[in-house]
Design a protein around this ligand. Structure first.
Ligand SMILES: N[C@@H](CCC(=O)N[C@@H](CS)C(=O)NCC(=O)O)C(=O)O
Length: 213
């Protein structure tokens, strides 16, 4: 077993949801170590990932005492507790709190699973035709979800004047299928938020490493 890291260690992969967690740590000014793993079947680092998260998903955070925390939103709540001044989660009594919970849960419970079932549809449906249909239907459903979220987006951030963890999800997830060009045309408010989040100075190196820009 590798020695426990001195600071939390994030298992993630380039371009993945772990980038959202990295951005949160950076905005909060908290130290974080990062280890890239490849969750694909047969990858040389899959065993390492499974040892930490038997479900084989990233992000997975390992605390110095060996505790493991998975689920991006749970991790972001943890970051918020360690560094509430970063404002990732609106506090009790804040007007934006209800909308925050509604839409951040929408992101992880409605949007994220469309990738879980659509990214590698052959994992869920044996025949090739069915797998192709699953890919298409999850892609179409996701576009509907994004349009709905776009209709509720405020400016300059999703919740209005205050930045929140939702903007970090948008920053990363708008780079996934259907991709930035689709957002520019079909979900311009989300696109504007993601673009703005991409200019936050502490996130520059993270975005460069994950997306090349
Ligand atoms: N509910 C999880 C979803 C994490 C997730 O689906 N991560 C993707 C990478 S972005 C993954 O690990 N995919 C591989 C798999 O699901 O087997 C979260 O919010 O952290």
């Amino acid at each position: 077993m590798p020695p426990a890291p001195a600071t939390p260690l994030l298992l993630g992969c380039p371009g993945c949801g772990s980038a959202i967690v990295e951005c949160a740590f950076a905005l909060a000014g908290l130290p974080l170590e990062v280890e890239d793993v490849d969750y694909s079947a047969g990858s040389p680092t899959r065993a390492r990932l499974l040892a930490v998260n038997p479900l084989g998903q990233v992000p997975a955070l390992v605390f110095p005492d060996g505790r493991v925390l998975t689920e991006s939103l749970a991790i972001l709540h943890g970051v918020n507790e360690l560094a509430p001044d970063a404002g990732l989660v609106p506090g009790p009594g804040e007007a934006a709190r209800e909308a925050f919970h509604r839409w951040v849960v929408f992101l992880v419970a409605s949007v994220y699973p469309t990738f879980t079932y659509g990214d590698e549809p052959g994992k869920w449906v044996a025949d090739e035709r069915g797998a192709g249909q699953l890919r298409l239907s999850t892609d179409r459903h996701r576009e509907r979800l994004w349009r709905e979220m776009d209709a509720h987006a405020m400016a300059p951030w999703f919740l209005g004047e205050r930045l929140s963890a939702i903007d970090l999800y948008l920053l990363v997830m708008t780079r996934w299928r259907p991709g930035p060009a689709w957002f520019r045309t079909n979900a311009a408010r989300l696109d504007a938020i993601a673009t703005r989040a991409g200019t936050l100075a502490p996130l520059g190196p993270i975005l460069k490493r994950h997306f090349g820009a």
